[in-house]
Design a protein around this ligand. Structure first.
Ligand code: ZN
Length: 456
């Protein structure tokens, strides 16, 4: 006889944001969950009153878990590095590569835990991570193990760099890999870990680092491999004006034309940044359903510019939010990133360029679409049981309770109180239930100290 799935009743939420087809926001709302999926959503009085576990979220705002579409979690070992504090992209990368060349498997594992804890406590339930540097025996497996330990839904992107300085690329020759080894390891990871089923907790993504660190052939072969297995593809594109100049000089094409030429457009592809995507590129991405990970803090930190998100959304480009690596956005706080997305569009394109609700939609439904998923990003029957709650009695929300949804984005970035991922409580009363964070942070700081001291 099949065992009945465990049930979870969420009740009395002051406001529950569904992000369903009609964007319902339910007062005194709740959810009824069986196993890892939502069975019903509505006012508390309409839901079953009994369950194996009951979460009373009176005085809380409940939203679908936020989706982070771009990160380099290992970089949380190198935040605020003095030599890279005031540089633009290419100079910033050059000063950091030599530090990252000393990364170890243990450093990848611990920094991934730290980065995921920061994301989780700021409302993120699904994240991608783009790991593209594998020195000293490090493997993507080292970050996967951390995602499984902490309980985060994870899209692990197997990054790569193959064109070193001697071949005209940006990274030092010591950190680039051979292209056949990259493809072989990527195939191993897909076959070992990728789950293409509904409610998958782990997917593998094919993700050469950028057009200026891999060859044309590797871009093309990666796309062929990804499509053979039906997995997503990810890279950096058109991040700043130097990136565009490099593309024109080296390939004789704009970044968008280069992407199209190599098969890097389509609903199974998403590109990070696209700050300098031109009009033709925006139309191409809209037409082909090619996604964009918008990373406003990183774009400001490196003075890359203001990504034309308003124009992209109007053209039908799928857009999600990304915190980007912690070396170019030293604070990977998801709510803060959503808020910056709104503020930065307004600086660029006027006060009506983005509303609080649109920013939240981009960070939930938008991120889900960019990652190629229709089972996360909204609270509706049949969706994955991924949601977070914010305690509206926190002083940062005082005076804004007439509209708690807008308050979440417009007020100072808040930490969550509850996080449920795949039907499991991962954060309760603001504390992670799956790992003991204190010792992890201590270990992280010790490893970060070791890493920095190796080059100074
Ligand atoms: Zn990045």
């Amino acid at each position: 006889m099949q065992q009945k799935p465990r049930t979870l009743l969420v009740k009395n939420a002051q406001v529950l944001v569904t992000m369903d087809e009609t964007r319902r926001e339910i007062r005194d709302g709740g959810l009824f969950i069986e196993g890892n999926r939502i069975v019903s959503v509505g006012p508390t009085s309409d839901l079953p009153q009994q369950a194996d576990e009951v979460l009373d979220l009176s005085g809380h705002l409940v939203i679908p878990g936020l989706v982070n579409t771009h990160h380099h979690m290992y970089q949380s070992l190198t935040r605020a590095v003095p030599a890279a504090q005031n540089a633009e992209l290419f100079g910033w990368l050059t000063s950091l590569y030599k530090i990252w060349a000393n990364l170890t498997p243990e450093m990848i594992e611990v920094s991934t835990l730290t980065a995921m804890a920061e994301l989780l406590l700021s409302g993120c339930t699904t994240s991608s991570d783009h790991l593209y540097i594998y020195p000293n025996g490090a493997r993507l497996d080292d970050s996967i193990v951390s995602a499984q330990q902490i309980g985060m839904r994870f899209h692990a992107a197997r990054g790569s760099m193959s064109v070193g300085q001697k071949d005209g690329g940006l990274p030092p020759d010591s950190v680039v890999e051979k292209e056949d080894a990259i493809l072989k390891d990527t195939q191993r990871l897909i076959e070992t870990y990728n789950d293409d089923g509904r409610y998958a907790m782990l997917r593998v993504v094919v993700a050469p680092c950028s057009p200026f660190s891999v060859s044309r052939e590797l871009m093309r072969d990666s796309a062929v491999l990804a499509r053979e297995y039906g997995v997503s593809m990810h890279t950096h594109l058109a991040e700043n004006v130097n990136d565009v100049t490099y593309s024109r000089e080296k390939f004789g094409m704009s970044p968008a034309e280069y992407a199209e030429d190599l098969g890097w457009v389509g609903p199974d592809v998403w590109h990070a940044h696209c700050v300098q995507l031109d009009r033709a590129g925006i139309e191409l991405f809209g037409r082909t359903g090619t996604g964009v990970a918008h990373c406003p803090c990183s774009n400001m930190r490196l003075a890359s510019g203001i990504a034309p998100i308003r124009a992209m959304r109007d053209a039908g480009v799928p857009v999600g939010i990304g915190v980007d690596g912690s070396a170019s956005n030293d604070g990977a706080q998801m709510v803060a990133e959503v808020r910056q997305a709104l503020l930065l569009q307004r600086v660029g394109f006027g006060p009506d360029a983005m509303s609080a609700r649109e920013a939240l939609e981009i960070a939930t439904l938008g991120g889900a679409k960019v990652l190629g998923r229709d089972d996360i990003g909204a609270l509706a029957p049949g969706m994955a049981a991924d949601f977070v709650s914010f305690d509206l009695s926190q002083h940062g929300f005082a005076g804004a309770l007439h509209d708690p949804v807008a308050a979440l984005v417009l007020c100072a970035p808040s930490q969550i109180s509850t996080s449920v991922i795949d039907g499991k409580v991962v954060v309760r009363h603001g504390q992670l239930t799956t790992v003991d964070l204190g010792p992890i942070v201590e270990r992280h700081n010790r490893l970060a100290g070791q890493l920095i001291s190796m080059v100074s």
